[in-house]
Design a protein around this ligand. Structure first.
Ligand code: NAD
Ligand code: UD1
Length: 342
């Protein structure tokens, strides 16, 4: 366990994964500060984290592209490490507005690293994604599998990975963890924080949840002619609390000595769209009407992790199964049908 009096800066800490990670950090006894521009979140998540943990969670409303704001955060606080979640994540939008993605995700991260360097803070955990594997050919995906992003969002993740590898090569005092998340779903067991998409959800689980709660009529299943057991796409869904704990494991991994590590955070188990629908029906007691439509361009048939490296090196393993993911997602959705705006 790393020093408990350290202050961890969490960029994007008001968002979905960041807020769940703040709960785990606070519960581990660490001091935490959030920096978030609230472009895809609200302060309600911060208040909910405080309520769950009964601890204060200071938030600075600021942008990672604002060097002055960043420098102030580092000068005024003794930040020992940064968990960097801030970024944009919608694949469709990244095709439409690629420069917005390069600016936020690449330029923003560059700015953050420069400010960290200037303040001699050299421990960084970066939210990468299984999207860096593109359309993969061989399963399961190991950290050595070929990478090759197929949209601007994915390319921003790959570029930042490359940038951080170059940084570490040039200055091996850095401690860098690149975490490649598979498909984060679910919510905190309290049902007080969860995923709250701004518009109609792009991702499967939030879409299903909104059908279950009556906000959407029915699910479109994007293709049932894939080469999978039931013909629908297979993904490695991972409970967001398991994922959050992976970040604490990454901090512990970086603690003893400088290094750069790349790790998949997934369960290693793939589930199809129809299996996810069934699990959610069971968890919610609601039926999820669906119809099969065309494949979504850019979708792989199957994607799941080999989580061995994270187990061996981070001493981390996902604990929760698909049923628990759906139960917790449903608790959040049914308590807050309109998300934080409820
Ligand atoms: P999210 O949108 O809920 O959280 C991101 C947070 O960052 C939001 O609170 C947003 O307001 C903030 N933010 C965005 N741009 C910012 C900027 N320029 N300055 C300051 N704050 C900014 O998303 P999430 O699902 O919690 O994802 C967190 C990270 O994990 C992202 O980097 C995302 O790309 C990555 N990731 C997410 C998934 C997923 O499925 N959710 C999968 C793989 C990787
Ligand atoms: C998507 C993104 C990926 C991103 C990830 C973040 C695309 C092409 N890929 O991945 O870059 O890192 O989200 O979590 O957008 N599905 C339906 N109906 C729906 C929604 C999804 O059938 O309304 C299917 C998809 O075809 C897929 C599965 O459900 O087989 C999971 O989809 P999704 O939740 O969007 O995740 P990914 O496609 O893995």
């Amino acid at each position: 366990m790393s020093e408990l009096n350290e202050t961890v800066l969490v960029t994007g800490g008001a968002g979905y994964i960041g807020s769940h990670t703040c709960v785990e950090l606070l519960q581990s006894g660490r001091k935490v500060i959030v920096l978030d521009n609230l472009s895809n979140a609200s302060k309600a998540s911060i208040e909910a984290v405080e309520q769950i943990t009964q601890k204060k969670l200071p938030i600075i409303e600021g942008d990672i592209r604002d060097r002055v704001a960043l420098d102030q955060v580092f000068s005024k606080n003794s930040i020992s490490s940064v968990l960097h979640f801030a970024g944009l994540k919608a694949v469709g939008e990244s095709n439409e507005f690629p420069l917005k993605y390069y600016d936020n995700n690449v330029n923003g991260t560059l700015n953050l690293i420069e400010s960290m360097t200037a303040h001699d803070c050299k421990t960084l955990v970066f939210s990468s994604s299984a999207t860096v594997y593109g359309i993969p050919e061989k399963m399961p995906l190991t950290e050595d599998s070929d990478v090759g992003a197929i949209n601007p969002y994915g390319r921003t993740k790959l570029l930042v990975e490359e940038m951080l590898k170059d940084l570490y090569a040039a200055d091996p005092e850095w401690r860098v963890s690149l975490l490649r998340y598979f498909n984060p779903v679910g919510a905190h067991a309290s049902g007080e924080i969860g995923e709250d998409p701004n518009d109609i959800p792009n991702n499967l689980l939030p879409f299903i949840s909104q059908v279950a709660v009556g906000r959407l009529d029915k699910l479109q299943v994007f293709g049932d002619d894939y080469d999978t057991a039931d013909g629908t796409g297979v993904r490695d869904y991972i409970h967001v609390v398991d994922l959050a704990r992976g970040h604490l494991a990454a901090l512990d991994y970086l603690e003893p000595a400088p290094k750069l590590g790349i790790h998949n955070l997934g369960t290693g188990q793939g589930y199809s769209v129809l299996e996810a629908v069934n699990a959610f029906e069971q968890a919610s007691g609601r039926s999820i009407p669906y119809e099969v439509s065309a494949r979504r361009p850019g979708d792989a048939a199957t994607s799941y992790a080999d989580p061995t490296k994270a187990r061996e090196e981070l001493n981390w393993q996902a604990k929760y199964d698909l049923q628990k993911m759906c139960e917790d997602a449903w608790r959040w959705q049914s308590k807050h049908p309109m998300g934080y705006g409820s």
